[in-house]
Design a protein around this ligand. Structure first.
Ligand SMILES: *Cc1c(COP(=O)(O)O)cnc(C)c1O
Length: 427
């Protein structure tokens, strides 16, 4: 496959943008080589500047559950555009999206719109601390909550690690109040609560993890967290920026029947426009300015174009209810990938919830970050490049979720399985 124009444009981008990208994952650091520059998307496909077509399994890293350029979404944006791009004053569309969210996610009694998932988690944590009057947070290794200073920490090992920032520029003070534990390790959480429970403001987690590859909560883990949080007056925050409207219309909390105190959303809620949201129990959300004293604001929050895009996306999803079909097609894709691995005796394990999945080159079931980190990333890089050159665009790291959209046809799934077979056959 020819990527000549992509390479030229990337070289040009590198002269004005750090690494040539505006978000680091796009730079292909996890697989080596140069990124492909995209020109347009349509349905399940991406088209690059050299004219190559790819079956897209990143869906802009989550938002495009309906595929690119869904007609209802495009029409809604065009309609909103006629009225203006931003007013800095309330509009009806903000209420409409808020009502759709509350209807889908009943634990969110009040909701505030922001512009990204990062802003949503950052704000939720501020509110949780303001509401409880406590500082400590528990997060889990391998869970990503955006580039919030206090959440840019992960455990270096399975042991409890207190506050070592994983990025320069984050002062120790920012992460000193963040306790990092291993995902699915309820005993560690229980022990931590025993000694410091009355100081912990919130437990934040991805209720299904997507950001170390897909990792599923073990039976009882989410329930156990909720019980502990209730006992100690700590707020349970589900970061559903990825899972919201993805694993089910009502998110992971609908799937597992848990009502967190607070929820953060992003990605699908904006349908491809920059939208995030945070919300939860009314008594907690009444702490937010202007009702309460916890300050949080945004010049472009609730932007009318973004609201229109989000509203059209959610309404289309609610009406079409593609979730059962997505689950079936994703399972079929995974079976095909597994058979392709098995035919060559490649150690692998697969995790799937609905239309998000990861094929790990790892012999063991991946239940936490320590196990995920043992995956064969060199094999993943070869797999990634082989599929890319066969017209299948996968997330460019072993530690990411793949997304199937409602626009993928059975033929797209078959073609993807065939590309994987070709790769493994050639090993
Ligand atoms: C993507 C993501 C974020 C960050 O959202 P941005 O819009 O990139 O700031 C936060 N939490 C989770 C679970 C995510 O997947």
């Amino acid at each position: 496959m020819n990527h000549e124009l992509s390479h030229q444009m990337h070289a040009r981008a590198c002269r004005s943008i750090p690494g040539g990208v505006n978000s680091p994952a796009r730079a292909f650091g996890g697989v080596g080589g140069q990124p492909v520059i995209m020109r347009r998307g349509d349905g399940a496909y991406l088209f690059d500047v050299d004219g190559n077509r790819y079956i897209d399994f990143i869906g802009s890293w989550g938002p495009h559950i309906l595929g690119h350029r869904h007609p209802a979404v495009i029409a809604a944006i065009q309609g909103a555009l006629e009225l203006g791009t931003s007013f800095g004053a309330p509009t009806e569309s903000e209420t409409e999206l808020a009502e759709l969210v509350i209807d889908a996610v009943p634990s969110m009694e009040l909701v505030r719109m922001v512009n990204s998932g990062t802003e949503a988690t950052m704000s939720a944590i501020r509110v949780a601390r303001g509401f409880t009057g406590r500082d400590l947070l528990i997060k889990f290794a391998g869970c990503y909550h955006g580039h919030v200073d206090s959440l840019l920490v992960k455990a270096g090992s399975a042991a409890t690690t207190l506050g070592v920032p994983s990025s320069p520029g984050v002062p120790k003070g920012c992460t000193a109040d963040t306790i990092v534990l291993e995902y699915n390790d309820l005993d560690a959480v229980t022990e931590t609560f025993k000694t410091q429970g009355d100081k912990i403001a919130a437990v934040i987690l991805e209720p299904v993890v997507g950001n170390m590859g897909v990792v599923v909560p073990q039976p009882g883990f989410l329930q156990g967290l909720q019980t502990l949080c209730n006992k100690y007056g700590t707020l349970l925050i589900f970061d559903e920026v990825m899972t919201g409207f993805r694993v089910a219309y009502g998110g992971a909390q609908a799937l597992y029947g848990i009502k967190p105190d607070m929820t953060t959303l992003g990605k699908i809620i904006g349908g491809g426009m920059p939208v995030g949201a945070y919300g939860g129990r009314a008594d907690v959300m009444r702490k937010v300015s202007p009702l309460g004293s916890v300050y949080q604001a945004g010049t472009l929050s609730g932007n009318p174009l973004a609201m229109a895009c989000g509203i059209a996306t959610l309404k289309t999803l609610r009406a079409a209810d593609p979730y059962a079909q997505l689950q079936v097609e994703t399972a079929r894709l995974i079976q095909g990938l597994k058979h392709a691995c098995e035919s060559k005796g490649i150690p692998h394990t697969v995790a799937q919830v609905g239309s998000m999945f990861t094929l790990f080159f790892n012999p063991d079931p991946v239940t936490n970050y320590t196990i995920a980190a043992k995956s064969d990333t060199a094999l993943f890089a070869k797999y990634f490049w082989s599929l890319l050159n066969q017209g299948v665009y996968l997330p460019c790291s072993q530690f990411e979720a793949n997304f199937v959209s409602a626009a993928h046809t059975p033929a797209d799934i078959d073609a993807t399985i065939q590309a994987a077979k070709t790769f493994f056959a050639g090993l």
